[in-house]
Write a protein that binds this ligand. Structure first.
Ligand SMILES: O=C(O)CCC(=O)C(=O)O
Length: 337
């Protein structure tokens, strides 16, 4: 491979060796079935108690759900997907100006997951942005395509609102005060990964992203409507979550698993790739404040329920997460009492 990124315009006819997974780790695509009963929660429903019950069920049984009537406008979503697409269409030299494989950078174009740590690479390029506070980070974002900064800023504001709304509902679904999660997480960071998965010559042999859980609190994922690729692990089986119009996929992250004392599961998910078509997704991550102290919520450790995890700061967790490979054991295992 002679370029750092996959989005170079070269169409590969064979999968380069460094992307080939050992036999036992391959996706076995023919064994994956569609997730038929993905929880879809209508946030426009007037019965808040009903929404809270649905969230509780989805977070316990699945660790993820989809939302519709979520308040992020259709125009904002369409523009976001278009500008993401336009970004990856830019000439290679233009994109390479932004390339870095240093995870501590607050804006970078990169590839795979953690190229310096992993043994086998993943069939993905991604633009990673810090997004909060906007005035701090927008100046370093790409200025090409020209409308990028405006469109993405607008998207980030609307998605953040949705995230806060969901955190209130999730708090209540755990029987906690509405603001419990927001108060514990402090002034939350917001990151974005704009994922680009080019057509892959041998999708059976590799991943866009291998199975992982998200290290943050909550992920709001926008999937490309045309091409499926997201799969989640449910009861030991990988299930495809096909894109649904006007919906976001919401994943519970590791921090909410810890805060809920393991009651809610941070969902294992992965992205598989496609032989003929490119795929895009936009993941927005809400992350606790670096010094936020994460511990199982007190009301959930009363009545003889032991705290499953020790207290830790988010900064400690995040640096542990990035010091490892993506497809190792669950990072939270390292924080168990
Ligand atoms: O592309 C997808 O559907 C999943 C993306 C993802 O898991 C991530 O960015 O962490």
């Amino acid at each position: 491979m002679d370029t750092k990124v996959l989005s170079s315009g070269i169409r590969y006819s064979n999968l380069p060796e460094s992307y080939v997974r050992p036999e036992s780790e391959r996706p076995r695509l023919s064994e994956v079935s569609e997730c038929e009963d993905v929880p879809v929660i209508d946030l426009g429903c007037e019965d808040r108690t009903h929404i809270i019950q649905q969230i509780c069920h989805a977070c316990m049984q699945y660790g993820f759900f989809q939302v519709i009537n979520h308040g992020v406008s259709k125009e904002t979503v369409e523009k976001m997907l278009q500008v993401a697409h336009d970004f990856f269409e830019l000439p290679l030299e233009e994109k390479l100006k932004l390339y870095s494989d240093d995870p501590s950078k607050t804006m970078r174009l990169s590839t795979s997951f953690n190229v310096n740590k992993e043994k086998v690479h993943n069939w993905r390029d991604y633009l990673r942005l810090h997004c909060y506070p906007l005035h701090k980070y927008v100046p370093e974002w790409p200025s090409n395509p020209p409308p990028f900064k405006d469109i993405v800023s607008n998207y980030c504001v609307e998605v953040r609102e949705l995230g806060y709304r969901l955190q209130e509902l999730i708090s209540q679904s755990l029987g906690l005060e509405k603001d419990y999660i927001k108060n514990v997480l402090g002034e939350q960071g917001q990151h974005m990964a704009v994922n680009y998965y080019p057509p892959c010559p041998e999708p059976e042999l590799t991943y866009g992203l291998p199975g992982h859980t998200d290290p943050n609190a909550l992920t709001i994922l926008l999937q490309d409507l045309q091409v499926a690729g997201l799969q989640v692990l449910k009861d030991g089986k990988w299930l495809a979550v096909n894109p649904q119009p006007d919906a976001f996929v919401i994943n519970i992250g590791d921090q909410l698993q810890a805060l809920s004392n393991g009651r809610y599961k941070s969902v294992w998910h992965r992205a598989v790739v496609n032989a003929d078509k490119e795929r895009m997704s936009v993941a927005s991550f809400l992350c606790p404040f670096d010094r936020a102290l994460i511990s199982p919520a007190k009301p959930l450790t009363e009545d003889g329920c032991e705290a499953v995890y020790r207290d830790f700061t988010y900064a400690e967790y995040y640096s542990k997460f990035w010091s490892r490979n993506l497809d190792q054991e669950h990072c939270l295992e390292l924080f168990k009492n």
